[in-house]
Design a protein around this ligand. Structure first.
Ligand code: SF4
Length: 231
């Protein structure tokens, strides 16, 4: 079995200092997501990417309203639900996306025998590392309301690569998210209406547990809560 390609460029000096990150988080805490995205586009230009799992098109819709050319990265693990791929297809019809689909190295097609850590490393983490090579910053759709483990999600941070990671909707109130989704007719994966409140790969996703957070259906029966791309 081939070793997964985990080649990643680590910046010797992050694009933002810790004090800059701190100041930005303070100033963005009550900002509308479009203000945050505007700052990111102005600051990083075409060295900025957006990642999405196409559970919905909320972040894509917000970001393309600011910069229609922003690179939209989708990690095609090979294990997505058909409904997720249909959201991707409908998104391509609706938006003129600068889409980059990143797939795992074909030599590492089956790492289940080594467990979900190895599988996510090969199918998600390594492909994202490749997609972000040459970038300075990336947008992600993490929200503090997703789960207790995401309750402290910062709007701006520095990731393990030294890149600036921006979560423009981290602090966006749920009622405002719902209003935007309805007003803009955001495309939403129909599985969410069937109890799948957080959607990843089909082998590792079940309906959310009653009275639990939205990510409680991910990696059911294991202590795992994240795939590793948000480090
Ligand atoms: S979520 Fe599951 S199927 Fe998808 S990459 Fe991770 S371990 Fe593999």
């Amino acid at each position: 079995m081939a070793t997964p390609d985990t080649t990643v460029q680590i910046r010797s000096k992050p694009a933002l200092s810790r004090s800059q990150v701190h100041s930005l988080n303070l100033s963005f805490e009550t900002s509308h997501p479009t203000e945050i995205i505007r700052w990111a586009v102005d600051r990083f230009g075409n060295h900025l990417a957006l990642t999405t799992s196409f559970t919905d098109t909320l972040l894509v819709d917000l970001a393309l309203s600011i910069d229609p050319d922003i690179e939209v990265v989708f990690l095609d693990t090979g294990f997505h639900f058909a409904e997720t791929l249909d959201v991707l297809r409908r998104s391509q019809v609706r938006y003129e996306m600068n889409l980059r689909v990143e797939r795992p190295d074909p030599e590492t097609v089956d790492l289940w025998a080594k467990g979900s850590d190895a599988c996510c490393a090969a199918r998600k983490v390594a492909p994202l590392d490749r997609a972000l090579n040459g970038k300075e910053a990336w947008l992600s759709g993490l929200r503090r309301d997703d789960s207790t483990s995401r309750a402290d999600t910062p709007i701006v941070s520095t990731d393990r690569r030294g890149l600036v990671k921006i979560n423009p909707i981290a602090a966006w109130p749920t009622r405002e998210v719902a209003a935007y989704v309805e007003l803009q007719d955001i495309i939403v994966n129909p599985l969410t209406a069937d109890g799948y409140e957080s959607i990843g790969c089909w082998p590792c996703t079940e309906r959310a547990q009653p009275d639990s957070d939205t990510r409680s259906g991910r990696w059911p029966g294991t202590p795992r809560t994240e795939c590793g791309i948000h480090l």
